[in-house]
Design a protein around this ligand. Structure first.
Ligand code: FMN
Length: 198
């Protein structure tokens, strides 16, 4: 039988494991925390979920960053509610992470500029789609993407970096010898955690 992981029955180590998984996510393609699910609530109070690419997680600030089009529904929902949640389940590691907190859209500040500068050309193309994301089309191909460098650069006003400031984290580790579930809440820089019944 595989040995129990170091974080088993250690609340602080479990939180450390959560942040390690999140911080590793952006560089580990095909990993659950590379492409977590983002949840928001729409204007009618209905939950909405979709996959996003996690661009950065920072345990020191407790923040997670992803990129989206400011014309998108997710951007409108974040702007309206000021909150978002993220979820991922890593099958090999048997770890589910749920995160929620205040969320902000950065469109024309230094953070947005750095995020745009760090984006690949193939990613920047998406922000020049016309009509905007979610628009109804008469046929599946009735949209355009920019083709020249100049046209791709013109999509910059549509780009935004969204930052979720985690204030609640929940962790579930599955193991036949006993699942472990824990939750933490953040007050300032301090995380306070507790075990939960799985
Ligand atoms: C693998 C994968 C990665 C994706 N990454 C992003 C992303 O980083 N940002 C984004 O806005 N949409 C991303 N999408 C598309 C969203 O899941 C969604 O379909 C789209 O953004 C529209 O969502 P909305 O109408 O809720 O705004 C991704 C989809 C997939 C399948």
């Amino acid at each position: 039988m595989t040995p129990l992981p170091d974080f088993y029955d250690d609340l602080d180590a479990s939180l450390g494991h959560v942040w390690r998984l999140l911080e590793d996510g952006p560089r580990l393609r095909h990993n659950a925390f590379h492409m977590p699910t983002l949840a928001t609530v729409d204007a009618r109070g209905r939950p909405q979920v979709r996959t996003i690419v996690l661009r950065e997680a920072d345990s020191r600030t407790g923040t997670l960053r992803f990129h989206c089009d400011r014309r998108s529904r997710k951007a409108a929902e974040i702007a309206a509610t000021g909150r978002a949640a993220l979820h991922g389940y890593d099958t090999p590691g048997k770890v589910q992470i749920r995160i929620s907190g205040p969320a902000a859209l950065h469109t024309d500040d230094a953070l947005a500029e750095a995020a745009w500068a760090g984006s690949l050309a193939m990613s920047r193309v998406c922000y020049g789609v016309e009509p905007g994301p979610g628009s109804e089309l008469a046929s599946g191909e009735a949209y355009t993407l920019p083709e020249t460098d100049e046209a791709i650069a013109a999509g910059r006003p549509n780009f935004c970096a969204a930052v979720v400031s985690a204030d609640a984290i929940e962790f579930l580790f599955l193991d036949r010898r006993g699942h472990r579930r824990a939750a933490w809440r953040r007050d300032g820089a301090v995380w306070t955690g507790t075990w939960l019944a799985p």
